[in-house]
Design a protein around this ligand. Structure first.
Ligand SMILES: Cc1cc2nc3c(=O)[nH]c(=O)nc-3n(C[C@H](O)[C@H](O)[C@H](O)COP(=O)(O)OP(=O)(O)OC[C@H]3O[C@@H](n4cnc5c(N)ncnc54)[C@H](O)[C@@H]3O)c2cc1C
Length: 425
């Protein structure tokens, strides 16, 4: 096939882009360096906006059929399970009011199965660089495969090659990548049927996140310091400490112990590029942006990128003429940048509320959480922003309410901070 578009990367962002661009009738070639898609612990909490997009693409029923777990509430709780801040998605406006918790492999699978006939996916093809015209415009990619290197020209290249994005580097886009001062350890816990809720426990050690997964499993993320798992960590003693720190997870304690050997240790980053597009090339998904995983925004943003990119090309007639493509890329950048910056701010603030373990950031986090919990209007705004279905940035006045520097007469009086068991000890 001689493609109009080459998409580099067959993660959620790449497959969504292929789906949306193929639906315009464009010939799309997707290349991924993996021979078979890897099973990765990420992209599992799918916010209502993602559910809406998947429904509009006709793949939602297929995802539900994989056993994806519907969840109606996001809750921040103390280590004993007492509520600190609950976002009830049933109160969201519109038709999409639940999260789906799915395996990332299943999400990729249903996106790949639902691709239009003009889209081809080739696995085991590593893109090694971009092709350029004399004026610097990106005009295709260079690919390494079984038969050596090959040039693949295309009117548009979509870089969906993940956070380290070799293509972003090759296109000369600069990136600001900041590592959070903590990591996460992830466990896939079998035979642990937990409540239909995404629960973030705010503990003395920071975040402990639990949510259900298909097949009676659950995901557990625990915030860790850099050296906690270095060397020969005593996993049994580590688990004892976790269960002492977070009594609410004791009912699944035995299942957690059984899953300790399947842990994944993850560094956590936030990332922002200075541009989302250069002539001939668009960045989508984690190649362009990453936020703290506890905000569960990555798939929302990746699918939103794909939807907006396709809409921008459609507005230019959906033709692969380079001048139309470049106008569409400018429109894509203008439409996505404010939304992505907003998501980055919301995600960073939400993660700080829970992951800050000392000093002023912790005090501010606790204060903002209590004031938000006591204010139905701020709760509604927060739920709309995290779900992606009702996005309205908080005003300066809202921030002053959250910090307690202004009083909102419609808010309840925040309950006094109750020290949790782990914080008392
Ligand atoms: C621990 C963790 C938990 C998360 N949890 C959530 C969550 O609950 N909800 C949520 O919405 N988001 C979550 N996210 C974010 C979400 O996973 C990402 O936003 C999403 O996976 C981005 O998809 P992507 O397609 O951009 O990248 P990826 O899924 O990383 O896909 C990139 C693809 O590019 C391919 N590739 C790379 N280089 C090349 C090359 N040179 N040639 C060809 N192919 C190449 C790779 O093989 C890969 O398949 C989480 C992230 C992390 C790290």
């Amino acid at each position: 096939m001689s493609p109009d578009v080459v998409v580099v990367g067959a993660g959620a962002g790449g497959l969504a882009s292929a789906r949306a661009l193929g639906a315009l009738g464009l010939r799309v070639l997707v290349l991924d360096r993996q021979r078979t898609p890897a099973s990765i612990a990420k992209g599992e909490i799918l916010q209502p906006e993602t559910v809406r997009i998947l429904d509009s693409w006709g793949v939602l029923d297929a995802l539900r059929a994989t056993g994806a777990r519907p969840v109606g509430r996001l809750a921040i709780r103390d280590p004993d399970g007492g509520p600190l801040l609950c976002l009830d998605y049933a109160d969201l406006p519109g038709a999409y009011r639940e999260i789906l918790c799915a395996d990332y492999g299943d999400l990729r699978g249903v996106l790949a199965d639902g691709l239009p006939a003009t889209v081809e996916v080739r696995w085991g093809r590593r893109v090694t660089g971009t092709l350029r015209a004399d004026d610097g415009r990106v005009t295709g990619v260079r690919v390494a495969g079984d038969g050596g290197e090959q040039d693949v020209p295309a009117a548009l290249v979509v870089a969906a090659d993940g956070m380290s994005s070799p293509l972003r580097r090759a296109a000369g886009v600069t990136v600001e990548r900041r590592e959070y001062p903590h990591g996460l350890v992830a466990f896939d816990v079998a035979e642990a049927d937990v409540a239909d809720e995404v629960t973030a426990y705010r503990t003395g050690r920071g975040l402990c996140l639990v949510y259900p997964l298909p097949g009676g499993r659950c995901r557990l993320y625990v915030q860790v310091t850099g050296d906690e798992f270095r060397g020969r960590a005593d996993l049994g003693a580590w688990c004892d400490r976790l269960l002492a720190d977070v009594p609410a997870v004791r009912p699944i304690g035995a299942a957690i112990r059984a899953s300790l050997h399947r842990r994944q240790l993850l560094a956590v980053y936030r990332l922002r590029t200075d541009r989302l597009a250069v002539p001939g090339l668009a960045l989508v998904g984690e190649a362009a942006h990453a936020v703290h995983p506890m905000a569960a925004q990555g798939v929302n943003s990746s699918l939103g990128d794909a939807e907006t990119l396709a809409a921008s090309l459609a507005a230019e007639g959906g033709t692969p003429a380079p001048a139309s493509v470049d106008r569409a890329l400018r429109a894509f950048e203008a439409a996505r940048r404010p939304r992505l910056d907003h998501v980055a701010t919301v995600s960073h603030n939400a993660s700080r509320m829970i992951t800050s373990v000392s000093g002023l950031p912790k005090l501010l986090g606790v204060r903002m959480m209590r004031r938000t919990a006591a204010n139905p209007r701020l709760l509604g705004l927060t739920a709309g922003n995290l779900s992606g279905t009702d996005v309205r940035p908080l005003s300066l006045v809202d921030r002053l309410y959250q910090l307690g520097l202004l009083t909102d007469r419609h808010a309840r009086v925040p309950s006094p901070p109750a020290p949790s068991r782990s914080e008392r000890s």
